[in-house]
Design a protein around this ligand. Structure first.
Ligand code: ARG
Length: 268
């Protein structure tokens, strides 16, 4: 069964604007945010996941989005280098947690931006990595060297889909959920060429973060308000579970952004 890392939203809120979803005038409701986070936490547990919870830190409101901590493969943790100074303060706490939990920490050269699992998702044996808004394309090469795997770099073209996990979600049968318009024609071709069984999210549902799903074998946790995708997933033999995520959409995140897989995949 899967193990995941979450960070509770004690200090969560909209305190700066680093993506087009964030608006200082639309802050999150702390009570509702707690309830929605707990909804995710409890759903993961009820599906048999081991849920690790790390201590949140004051003044780091986006630390709830643990998918951006780094990328975990086997016992290796490739630590993120956050693009925006507003999130760089999180790095030391992720380092500490992974150190204390016996992972081998791999750091990329300083200043080489990489935002972890938010921009790096395995589909089969291939690691798909997003770049432009957050991760630097040059980080992908380093990650390919470290993991000795094939990395396909995908340029993200829509600022509302600034991380790969907002528009691409691999499925265990080798397929994926995706929102094609978030990629350029090369990226679309690369994905179509390598991934069979693609499920397209509609523009409306992609805008409700349909692709930001946590996949646990046949169970798929996705934000509510995505009935088309739920239908398609059921038709493909998956069990969709819709979760209220509205308070996190205000920061440009949802289920998957709040969840880091420990590991995303076993050693290569
Ligand atoms: N407000 C956060 C940011 O802009 C949201 C992060 C969402 N995480 C993700 N994996 N897509 O960095």
């Amino acid at each position: 069964m899967r193990k995941v890392l979450l960070c509770p939203p004690d200090y969560y809120g909209i305190e700066y604007e680093i993506n087009p979803w964030m608006n200082l005038e639309h802050n999150a409701d702390p009570k509702l945010a707690q309830a929605q986070w707990l909804g995710l936490h409890d759903k993961l547990k009820s599906l048999g996941c081991t849920v690790e919870v790390m201590a949140p830190q004051p003044k780091l409101p986006d630390m709830v989005f643990t998918a951006n901590a780094g990328l975990v493969v086997g016992r290796q943790f490739i630590r993120s280098n956050f693009h925006f100074p507003q999130r760089q303060g999180e790095e030391q706490y992720f380092d500490k947690w992974f150190e204390a939990n016996g992972y081998k920490i791999v750091r990329l050269p300083a200043g080489l931006f990489f935002e972890g699992e938010g921009d790096a998702l395995f589909c089969g044996e291939t690691l798909f990595c997003g770049y432009r808004f957050r991760s630097d394309i040059r980080s992908h090469e380093r990650i390919g060297e470290i993991l000795k795997c094939l990395v396909i770099s995908l340029e993200l073209v829509l600022d509302r889909h600034y991380h790969l996990d907002t528009c691409f979600c691999p499925l265990p049968d080798g397929g994926a959920i995706w929102y094609p318009a978030a990629f350029d024609t090369y990226g679309q071709r690369a994905i179509r060429h390598r991934v069979k069984n693609l499920i397209d999210a509609t523009p409306e549902e992609a805008g409700r973060f349909a692709c930001n799903a946590v996949v646990l074998e046949r169970d798929v946790l996705l934000p509510e308000g995505c009935p088309e995708l739920s239908k398609a997933l059921s038709a493909h033999g998956y069990r969709p579970h819709a979760l209220a995520m509205g308070e996190y959409l205000k920061a440009g995140g949802a289920c998957k952004c709040l969840t880091l897989l420990l590991p995303q995949r076993p050693d290569l």
